[in-house]
Ligand binder design. Structure first.
Ligand SMILES: Nc1ncnc2c1ncn2[C@@H]1O[C@H](COP(=O)(O)OP(=O)(O)OP(=O)(O)O)[C@@H](O)[C@H]1O
Length: 626
């Protein structure tokens, strides 16, 4: 993890007066329609829908011409499909009576039928390819945006929007959209057009049959509505139980040691069985609903065909309807009902995709709370003096963590922060690295308010080394080079040597090329810390903020880590959230914090001699060592 700090040689822009930053300006609402709320009031839900549609328009805009071409193709294909029954009626009523004297009409109609079939086939294929291309491009763009956005947003966002929710934005939500765009939507657009063209062609040919179709449409429509209402609930239930099943499984597997240690196997099995049964029941409910919907629709379709046949047949008998037209009517009515099923089913996918789009658009609408300066201060070289002026801070609407901190850390000083848990040590680290901005007061680096420093400058000069010492997949060398991606292998090795990591790295199966995720590449907690020191050493920041790992190491590792740390700290300003006595001892200065205030400030020796809070902690540490 890197964070920055810097110094400039020009005069800093005048910053706001200490304490003048309005709370409201600093904090933006975290998502207008929070995606964990299922019921939104009317104006919010309208705003959320407008936001989704705006996103959709924006994503489709670059494809406007392709979409227009897709519309032409699908219209041509539908017209060609719908021409079929019409041509059949012409063949029966005009061409057949002319036989055998005149075969031309039959040949012309037969040719037209063949042409319509070829055009319909070719255009529908082209339409599907063109539409699929647009759908895939839109999805790719959306995926990119979600990823970019999650990297762009401030730490504040990530601390309140759990990683599980971000993962589901990138996976299941985009998957729901993919299913809609890939499968359903393209087909449903053409189905809707087929229904529309069929109804128009039928009514044009025979308005009475059009009326019969309209009557048949009423029960079909009611059945579709029934299906949508019930299946929506059933599918939602199915998704909920399937998610619970996954959560239970993952939770049990992640905590398998605790499960075994506390003999919880029988209980977890019972819980898992219960969830599994509910999932099965939810699936059965869906089958039940589908089992009524599909045959119901088929029945209504066939009854409408029967009605059209009865009415048309009687009229044909009385001579008011040509036989060819009757055949076309029957073909049209049958064809009209076929896509309804698909459209009814599509509704579910459409609902979940619309919900997914709302959530994704909410994520994309988030603004970082830590904003880049419009006119950044010129910052070339940093000395490393840090000053906190009347810094006031609290998380969100929570209690005040720092009520008004004043602190100056001269360039090159190593300061250890100690204090009870929750005293605000990590909070100071997050403010100094500008993962958060204070709600009042200023944090200054060499006299520049951090809010005026461009983030690349800040990250170059202020680096934060976190407890986890996170290793990314890749080689050991790549992990060290994260501190400075353009570093040469020689520089990487020099950094590793400086902090004392070289020995263990060369002992790994492939040395610096060892993959940290492969067998043999696994490193111990202490080695992991040394690698993160090497990474920070290579980055060579002016200010280093270090949240020391609290997990205890064995004595040789502890010594190694302390030696590495001493090298890393030399010649830079450092703030260490110290968990180890040995670290506190190498600090120039110790600050004891309580409730966001400095209650003791001095060299380790002074504080021990003073007999205050630190002297007490120190004595307790010493005791714990024996
Ligand atoms: N992301 C957060 N959102 C809300 N409150 C937070 C957040 N992080 C910390 N806090 C709260 O702020 C206060 C100070 O926390 P901080 O992490 O700075 O303490 P600390 O001194 O570093 O403690 P520790 O030694 O346990 O890490 C605590 O009361 C904590 O509950």
């Amino acid at each position: 993890m890197t964070a920055p700090t810097t110094t400039t040689e020009t005069t800093p822009e005048p910053g706001p007066e200490p304490g003048s930053t309005p709370e409201t300006a600093r904090r933006r609402p975290l998502d207008a329609g929070r995606d964990d709320e299922t019921r939104l009031d009317r104006s919010t839900s309208r705003a959320v829908r407008a936001r989704s549609l705006a996103l959709l328009r924006e994503l489709l805009r670059p494809h406007a011409r392709t979409l227009a071409w897709a519309a032409v193709l699908v219209t041509a294909s539908t017209a060609a499909q719908v021409a079929g029954p019409w041509l059949v009626s012409l063949a029966i009523d005009r061409a057949l009576p002319a036989l055998p004297d005149d075969v031309v009409p039959l040949a012309v109609i037969g040719g037209a039928y063949l042409l319509a079939a070829v055009v319909a086939g070719l255009t529908i294929g082209a339409y599907r390819r063109v539409a699929a291309r647009v759908a895939q491009d839109v999805l790719l763009e959306l995926r990119r945006r979600v990823f970019r956005q999650t990297q762009r947003l401030s730490l504040e966002f990530h601390e309140s929007y759990t990683s599980g929710r971000i993962i589901s934005r990138q996976t299941s939500d985009l998957e729901a959209l993919r299913e809609l765009l890939d499968g359903g939507l393209v087909g449903v657009i053409s189905s809707l057009l087929v229904m529309l063209f069929t109804a128009v062609a039928l009514t044009l040919q025979d308005p009475v049959s059009g009326a019969v179709l309209a009557v048949g449409l009423v029960p079909a429509w009611l059945l579709v509505r029934w299906f949508q209402r019930h299946s929506q609930l059933a599918y939602r239930e199915q998704r909920t139980w399937s998610a619970r099943l996954i959560v239970k499984f993952v939770e049990t597997m992640t905590g398998i040691r605790a499960v075994a240690a506390f003999n919880r196997q029988a209980t977890t099995e019972r819980d898992y069985d219960g969830i599994g049964e509910s999932y099965r029941d939810a699936n059965l409910r869906i089958f039940g609903i589908n089992g009524r919907f599909h045959p119901g629709l088929l029945l209504i379709g066939n009854l409408t065909v029967t009605a059209a046949l009865a009415v048309g047949g009687w009229r044909a008998l009385t001579g008011s309807l040509a036989v060819g037209v009757l055949v076309a009517v029957l073909l049209y009515v049958k064809r009209f009902f076929q896509p309804i099923q698909q459209i009814g089913m599509f509704y579910n996918g459409f609902q979940s995709a619309a919900a997914a789009l709302e959530k994704v658009s909410g994520l994309l609408a988030e603004e970082p709370t830590v904003v880049e300066p419009e006119r950044p201060a010129a910052f070339t070289r940093a000395r490393g003096e840090l000053r906190l002026e009347h810094v006031r801070f609290g998380y969100g609407d929570g209690p005040v963590v720092l009520p008004g901190l004043d602190l100056t850390i001269p360039a090159g000083q190593t300061v250890a922060l100690v204090g009870t848990t929750g005293a605000g040590k990590s909070t100071i680290a997050k403010l100094v690295t500008r993962f958060y901005d204070p709600s009042g007061g200023r944090v200054l680096l060499d006299g520049h308010d951090l809010r005026d420093v461009a983030s690349p400058d800040l990250r170059r000069h202020v680096v934060m080394v976190t407890q986890e010492a996170y290793l990314f997949s890749g080689s050991v060398a790549e992990n060290i080079a994260l501190g400075r991606p353009d570093a040469t292998p020689g520089e990487i090795e020099a950094a590793a040597r400086a902090v004392g990591a070289h020995e263990f790295v060369t002992a790994l199966p492939d040395g610096y090329d060892t993959d940290v995720n492969k067998r043999g590449g696994r490193v111990s907690a202490g080695q992991r810390q040394l690698l993160s020191f090497a990474r920070a050493f290579l980055a060579d920041p002016t200010v280093l903020v270090l949240d020391e790992a609290s997990s205890s190491l064995d004595l040789p590792s502890e010594r190694l880590v302390q030696r590495g740390l001493a090298t890393l700290l030399a010649d830079r300003t450092a703030i260490i959230i110290a968990h180890r006595l040995s670290t506190v001892e190498i600090a120039d200065r110790v600050l004891v914090l309580e409730h966001g205030e400095v209650i003791e400030d001095g060299t380790p020796a002074e504080l021990i001699a003073g007999g205050g809070r630190f002297a007490g902690l120190h004595a307790a540490w010493r005791e714990s060592l024996v």
